[in-house]
Design a protein around this ligand. Structure first.
Ligand code: ZN
Length: 426
């Protein structure tokens, strides 16, 4: 299957320092607008809290939540600066998002009034002096639906009084080009609401509710590969592809992409991708693949086992282990060796050096395991995996962690492994 050629280049992706990939082109794009800012504090709470500060905090919390779920989020302001209403709308129009949400906190002359409400432009309640853009008049049903979803979720999440939707000619809800709402989270003029707004936990609940409403209005068209691998994760495409091919699996809907890859997981993926060589007939005394015995794995110096399929036993690899069969197969054929203490450590993290050696053995079985030159300053000739690392480097397959180092002891993550293997599947 042209494996050597196919694998060339792919390890560069994994062994180079991972760079965040650009956001998924199809991600839903949201513009969030923190009301007021700079010289304009907005309402000032009975407790002295500035509306602009609260708005900014809530908006950033919504942003973090949505980005974590794979949304693309832009802010009209990402610092404490003054922006006119026209500037906010112009920024939004230039970004052409799927929707616009402006976040405010309310104030009323009656200090007993409290609760949450959402403003939207409604063509059924026009104000003659404040005509809407054509787009916003036409978008009335969409803005209203967004407003209701956000209001319902926010009230439910934060436990605020539900003051409902308010048709309004407010500028940012009237002059845009996409479904637009203005959220009034709570009343700074009310002692109870103002105290709540000063509390980060409350602001997080507001943000969570707003995010839920936005998600309900604009669900992601394509989910990430797993619940914990969002569309914007740099390895999402690779993980999704391998998931669909049955090469990798998650646990209860999660993939744990940043978790260190274990030795058993790595061998399992190699088996699924390459089909590891079958062990020699298990006759009990038949030697196995003699060309690779002795290349002990993981820094040990033994290598006495692995000469016979029947002789391969590891005290930490019971038959009940989920990867027992594939680990035994890999050990029988010398792809993977155990340690001097009789273990094979299936659940321990795999290092970059180990990964290089394993792939070397699968792709170029029987190659010399003696290094002849120092290529990376942290890969001395005496390092057990030096020959493999150097060979892959010579063939242009791996790069260092830096120009002069390889970081052979650093763990490989599950996301890095997925990115590597995905390149093998066209
Ligand atoms: Zn305001």
């Amino acid at each position: 299957m042209g494996t050597k050629k196919m694998i060339t280049g792919l390890l560069i992706l994994v062994f180079a320092v991972a760079q965040p990939a650009p956001a998924w082109a199809g991600a839903a794009k949201i513009v969030l607008d923190a009301g007021h800012g700079g010289s304009d504090p907005g309402a000032v709470g009975v407790n002295g809290l500035y509306e602009k500060t609260v708005n900014f905090d809530v908006v950033n919390r919504v942003k973090a939540i949505l980005e974590g779920r794979g949304y693309e989020v832009a802010l009209t302001r990402d610092s404490d600066i003054y922006l006119s209403l026209a500037q906010r709308v112009a920024i939004t129009n230039s970004l052409a998002p799927d929707l616009f949400v402006s976040v405010h906190a309310n104030a009323h002359t009656n200090p007993s009034i409290n609760g949450s409400l959402v403003l939207y432009y409604d063509k059924d309640y026009p104000q003659a002096d404040y005509p809407p853009s054509d787009a916003m008049a036409a978008l009335t049903p969409e803005s209203k639906r967004l407003a209701q979803l956000v209001q319902d979720a926010m009230v439910k999440s934060a436990g605020t009084v539900d003051r409902g939707l308010v048709p309004s000619a407010v500028y940012v809800a009237r002059m845009g080009s996409v479904p637009s709402i203005l959220v009034e989270t709570a009343f700074l003029s009310n002692a109870g609401d103002a105290a709540n707004l000063a509390d980060a936990d409350f602001r997080q609940k507001l943000a969570a509710g707003i995010a839920v409403g936005i998600e309900a209005y604009k669900p992601l068209e394509k989910p990430g590969a797993f619940a914990d691998v969002s569309l914007s994760h740099w390895a999402n495409e690779a993980i999704l592809k391998l998931k669909n091919k049955g090469i990798l699996e998650g646990e209860a809907g999660k993939y744990y992409p940043e978790r260190a890859l274990t030795r058993a997981e790595f061998v399992t993926m190699l088996e699924r991708q390459f089909s590891l060589p079958e062990p020699a007939a298990a006759g009990g005394t038949t030697p196995g693949n003699a060309t690779v015995t002795g290349s002990t794995y993981g820094g040990g110096s033994g290598g006495s086992q692995g000469t016979s399929a029947a002789a391969v036993k590891f005290k930490d690899l019971p038959a009940s282990h989920w990867a027992y069969a594939v680990m035994q197969k890999a050990a029988s054929t010398g792809i993977l060796s155990g340690y001097e203490d009789g273990t094979i450590r299936p659940d321990k993290p795999l290092t970059r050096g180990e990964a290089a050696a394993l792939i070397d053995r699968v792709i170029w079985p029987g190659s010399s395991q003696k290094a002849t030159a120092t290529v990376f300053k942290d890969v001395p000739l005496s390092l057990w995996s030096a020959a493999s690392i150097n060979r892959l480097k010579d063939k242009g397959i791996v790069e260092g962690a830096t120009a002069t180092t390889f970081a052979p002891e650093r763990s490989m993550t599950r996301a890095e492994m997925a990115a590597l293997l995905s390149r093998l599947i066209r």
